[in-house]
Design a protein. Structure first.
Length: 394
C-alpha cells in the first residue's frame, strides 16, 4: 500500500492545537472535551503510540487555553487507553472548574475529581465509564475485564478478579453518586445474561459490557452487551437499555451487529448497525421490545461505520470513517434538514498505527456547536486539530 500524495485535504482549514514531541490526543467522540464556556480543551499526552499501554505507563492530563494556545499540565494517570483515554472530561455539575478522569489508586481503579481553581482532588469509589449530563450520577464497568476483551478500551494496570467467570453475579454495571462518590452494583452480568440468553438463544460464553451511555436527562442508559460464541472469533452484540437504577431492562434490537451511537434526546438515539435495511445509520427510540422500528437516516450516504454525533442544536450530524484502501480517513458533516452531506477533510492514517492502538478521528463538538476538534496522526504524531464551522453552518 503506497502513501497517498497528500497528508491532508480539507474543505475548511483545520488548526493543530497541540504541539511538542509527545503524542497528544483527547479520545472519544461523546465526552465533553470543551469547558462550559468553550475556552479550554482537555487533552492527554503520552511518550509513545506504537504499542498498547502496559501496567504503569503514564499519561499526562492537561488543558489548552484555545485562544492563546497555552498548555497547562494538571495531573497524570496509569488508567488509560488510546481509544477513550482515561475517560477525561469536564464535570457537568461544574463544567468550567472541575474535571474527572480515571486513575489507579492503591490497587484499585478509581475516578479523580480535580478542581482546577482550588487544586483540591477527591476520589470516587470506582472509575467512570459515563457521566449523567445533569452531573448527578455516573456509570462504571470493569475495565480489567474490558482489557481482556478489547485492550483498546480497557486498562492494563489491574487484572480482572472475575477473569475465569462467564457472567458473575458480583460484577456488572455500577452506579456512582457523584456528590458522595459512593457506588453500588445496579445491574449484574448474570442478570444481563439471564435476560439476553433466551432472546438470542446464546450458548454459554463470557459476557462483557462495552460502550455505556446515559440519555440526555440521565433517566436511562444504553449499553452494548457483548460475547464471543464458542468456536468463533467474532463477537456478538445485544443492544440494551435500562433505568438509571438498573431496572426496566430492555432489548432494543435483536440484530447482533451494533456499533457507535449518540443520544438525540431522552428517548431517541442514532446508531450504526444492523437493522431492517442491513448495516446502516438508524435512529432508534428507546421503547419496549417489539415496538421499535428504526428509521434510516440516509441509506445512500451513511454506507459504513463511523463515530456519529448530533450537533448541540440537533440540526447536523458529525461523522467520520475508518481508513479506506489508500489508508485515508474522512471527516463528514451532514445536514439533517436538507438531507445533504459533505466531506470536511481527508487525512492520511499511518498503517502502522492500527488495531487497538489506531488513531480514529473521533470528531466532537464544542458547546456552542460552532467548532469541532478531532485526533489525527497524519503528521506522524498523534495531535488534536480544531476546525471552525461558523461560516459553513450559517
Amino acid at each position: 500500500m503506497s502513501e497517498p500524495a497528500f497528508r491532508k485535504r480539507e474543505r475548511i482549514p483545520s488548526v493543530r492545537i497541540t504541539g511538542g514531541d509527545s503524542h497528544t490526543f483527547y479520545g472519544y467522540y461523546d465526552n465533553p472535551a470543551f469547558s462550559g464556556d468553550d475556552r479550554y480543551h482537555l487533552v492527554q499526552r503520552v511518550p509513545f503510540c506504537d504499542r498498547l499501554p502496559k501496567a504503569g505507563d503514564r499519561a499526562e492530563i492537561g488543558v489548552i487555553e484555545l485562544e492563546s494556545g497555552i498548555y497547562t499540565p494538571l495531573s497524570e494517570t496509569t488508567a488509560w487507553n488510546f481509544q477513550q483515554g482515561s475517560m477525561l472530561q469536564w464535570n457537568p455539575a461544574s463544567p468550567d472548574d472541575e474535571i474527572i478522569y480515571n486513575v489507579t489508586l492503591n490497587g484499585q481503579y478509581r475516578a479523580a475529581v480535580l478542581n482546577l481553581r482550588t487544586q483540591a482532588v477527591r476520589y470516587l469509589d470506582r472509575p467512570v465509564a459515563n457521566i449523567d449530563p445533569t452531573g448527578s450520577n455516573a456509570l462504571s464497568i470493569n475495565f480489567g475485564r474490558m482489557f481482556d476483551f478489547r485492550p483498546g478500551y480497557g486498562y492494563a494496570d489491574i487484572a480482572d478478579p472475575y477473569r475465569g467467570e462467564l457472567h458473575p453475579a458480583e460484577d456488572g454495571v455500577y452506579g456512582i453518586d457523584l456528590l458522595s462518590g459512593r457506588s453500588k452494583l445496579v445491574l449484574s452480568l448474570d442478570a444481563i445474561w439471564s435476560f439476553i440468553q433466551p432472546i438470542y438463544q446464546a450458548e454459554e460464553a463470557k459476557l462483557t459490557i462495552n460502550h455505556i451511555t446515559f440519555n440526555t436527562d440521565g433517566t436511562r442508559f444504553l449499553f452494548l452487551a457483548r460475547w464471543v460464541p464458542p468456536h468463533s472469533k467474532r463477537h456478538l452484540t445485544a443492544l440494551l437499555s435500562a433505568n438509571a437504577d438498573g431496572s426496566g431492562l430492555r432489548c432494543i434490537s435483536t440484530d447482533t451487529v451494533q456499533s457507535h451511537y449518540h443520544w438525540r434526546d431522552g428517548s431517541k438515539f442514532v446508531m450504526f448497525g444492523g437493522g431492517p435495511q442491513g448495516n446502516q445509520l438508524y435512529e432508534y427510540e428507546d421503547s419496549p421490545a417489539g415496538q421499535n422500528v428504526p428509521d434510516v437516516i440516509d441509506a445512500s450516504y451513511f454506507l459504513k461505520d463511523g463515530h456519529c454525533s448530533y450537533s448541540p442544536d440537533r440540526n447536523w450530524m458529525l461523522y467520520d470513517s475508518y481508513p479506506d484502501q489508500d489508508s485515508v480517513r474522512h471527516l463528514y458533516i451532514y445536514d439533517l434538514k436538507s438531507r445533504k452531506g459533505m466531506t470536511l477533510g481527508s487525512y492520511y492514517s499511518p498503517p502502522s498505527i492500527t488495531g487497538d492502538i489506531r488513531c480514529d478521528l473521533h470528531p466532537r463538538w464544542n458547546r456552542a456547536g460552532t467548532m469541532i476538534t478531532f485526533d489525527s496522526a497524519h503528521e506522524g504524531q498523534r495531535h488534536v486539530y480544531a476546525m471552525d464551522l461558523r461560516e459553513l453552518l450559517k
